[in-house]
Ligand binder design. Structure first.
Ligand code: ADP
Ligand code: G6P
Length: 483
């Protein structure tokens, strides 16, 4: 049977070894959570890293690891500590991630990182080629694997290869400063179809290809010497039904079946019914604008003191990439900011910020989405931002206000949210007030439009559109060949 191979650096499962036993937990991040439902529906296989360091898996554990991965229709690419340092923490997250999010001053250009990136992309290629059968399709994901399409195409020109970038593609003026810019573009051009979340990212990519490599480009195609590559935008959606049905079930919980977190959240509402909760959820990443968000909340409390004891910022930050210097520094900065603001404003019966630095089970995420009246999402740059979409999907009674940064890809489809510039702290402070005071009728009107769009263009539709386009590109190519 023909199958689709999904390939991404991170698998949807994260394995851990504790007391000689292998356990598995779901991965966090838009790519893993979004593609999970697509993968479940297909008969394909998902190839990627399982979260373990190769040196930690001794021969006794190998079969348990293999079993845990296979159970979820996945296959592992083993990464050593050296691979993780050079490829993952290094080139992927200390060079490409900051560059593509316009944090140029955070980027490190190192030949050692680059060599490791090449080596690991080759490792991935090897596993893909081992699993590939005639007629299969390969769908490669994200910035960690930008050389993979070319590596596959060189070995198997017959195979249809798609690539999707989950983060922004920066403007030519930024991209051109990367020492390995030609190799990266050539790597991507091994794909038959390259997808981006928004038309702007696509435009930036086309401009880099024509100015750096000199290929002729049109609105959405690139003509190479021997074939044509198609480029298009596909804004990623969410599993809308899953979020809305979990949210409905969540609201039907009784006192006994409620989770501890849910009880605490509802208790807070009972104690002070007029008080509002503002939600903030992200991986702890400097692109997410968490520090600005906290400072804007502080400004809000200073400017509108009547709201003291009547609001609370519920902040969940999920640990991420903590071996990279800038992430360590950010953790310290956030800890200090939260401490300072709680110290400055807290009263005997009230803490302005509830801060959780950990991952939480899915049901707790739903507790947060359903119980907070406002979601404050302020990334400085974000390819898409699925949290914004998940929040709206969970507001099944249509109340709730989304404050969203213009710099998130999601803002392009969520015009009815209160859109803000994440660097404008005064504006964010005033928008928090506006959100809290927004009449219910207006909340419902705004959310109705966003919900119907998110429901229609869900993650399945996103994947289906991408795969259909890839098929049509392949058909056209075959037609040209037979002419
Ligand atoms: P990014 O991909 O940069 O992390 P997104 O907002 O696009 O940002 O995606 C984050 C994803 O991670 C969402 O689908 C969200 O549900 C999920 N997520 C966030 N926090 C947690 C958590 N604590 N546990 C499980 N999943 C989480
Ligand atoms: C973003 C990236 C993904 C990545 C995720 C989590 O969503 O686009 O490729 O998997 O963040 O980051 P991590 O480094 O933990 O895989």
């Amino acid at each position: 049977m023909l199958k689709t191979l999904i390939v991404s650096n991170r698998l949807p499962l994260q394995l851990n070894i504790e007391n000689g036993k292998v356990s598995s937990s779901p991965s966090v991040g838009g790519l893993a959570t979004g593609l999970k439902s697509v993968h479940k529906e297909s008969n394909g296989i998902w190839i990627g890293w399982n979260g373990l360091i190769q040196e930690d898996v001794d021969s006794q554990l190998e079969s348990a690891v293999e079993k845990a991965v296979q159970e979820q229709q996945c296959a592992s690419v083993a990464l050593s500590q050296e691979d993780l340092d050079g490829f993952y923490y290094g080139f992927s997250n200390h060079t490409i991630w900051p560059m593509f999010h316009y944090f140029m001053e955070y980027a490190k250009f190192s030949n050692k990182y680059w060599e490791s990136y090449k080596r690991v992309n080759e490792k991935f290629a090897q596993v893909v080629l081992e699993n590939l059968e005639e007629g299969d399709t390969v769908w490669v994901h994200d910035y960690q694997l930008m050389l993979l399409p070319q590596l596959i195409k060189e070995e198997r020109p017959d195979v249809s290869v798609g690539f999707f970038l989950h983060i922004p593609f920066p403007s030519f003026e930024v991209f051109r400063t990367i020492p390995w810019r030609e190799q990266i573009l050539n790597g991507l051009l091994g794909a038959d179809l390259i997808g981006f979340h928004t038309y702007d990212y696509e435009r930036h990519f086309l401009s880099s290809v024509s100015r750096i490599l000199g290929y002729a480009t049109s609105f959405n195609s690139i003509t190479l010497a021997d074939r044509v590559v198609t480029v298009d935008s596909f804004p990623m959606g969410i599993d809308y039904e899953k979020f809305s049905s979990f949210s409905k079930a969540n609201q039907q919980q009784t006192d006994i079946t409620q989770s501890e977190l849910q009880r605490r959240l509802y208790h807070h509402q009972e104690e002070t019914p007029e008080a509002k909760m503002i939600l903030s959820i992200d991986r702890l990443d400097y692109t997410k604008g968490i520090a600005n968000r906290i400072k804007a909340y502080e400004r809000f409390l200073e400017k509108y003191p009547d709201y003291i004891e009547k609001v609370r910022l519920v902040m969940l930050a999920v640990p991420s990439r903590s071996n990279v210097k800038q992430y360590k520094r950010l953790k310290k900065e956030i800890d200090e900011l939260v401490g300072r603001i709680n110290g400055k404003f807290a009263t005997v019966s009230w803490t302005p910020i509830w801060y959780f630095y950990r991952s939480m089970p899915f049901t707790n995420l739903i507790d947060l989405y359903t119980s907070c009246e406002v979601a404050l999402i302020t990334p400085i740059r974000d390819g898409m931002n699925l949290v914004a979409k998940e929040y709206i999907a969970c507001r099944t009674d249509r109340t709730g206000v989304l404050i969203l940064s213009e710099m998130a890809g999601a803002a392009k489809e969520m015009n009815e949210a209160l859109l803000i510039n994440p660097n404008d702290l005064e504006l964010i402070a005033d928008t928090i007030k506006k959100a809290i005071e927004m009449p219910v009728i207006e909340q419902k009107k705004r959310n109705k439009y966003m919900q119907s769009r998110l429901k229609r263009y869900n993650v399945e539709k996103w994947a289906e559109d991408f795969m259909n386009k890839l098929k049509s590109v392949k058909r056209n190519e075959e037609l040209v060949k037979t002419k």
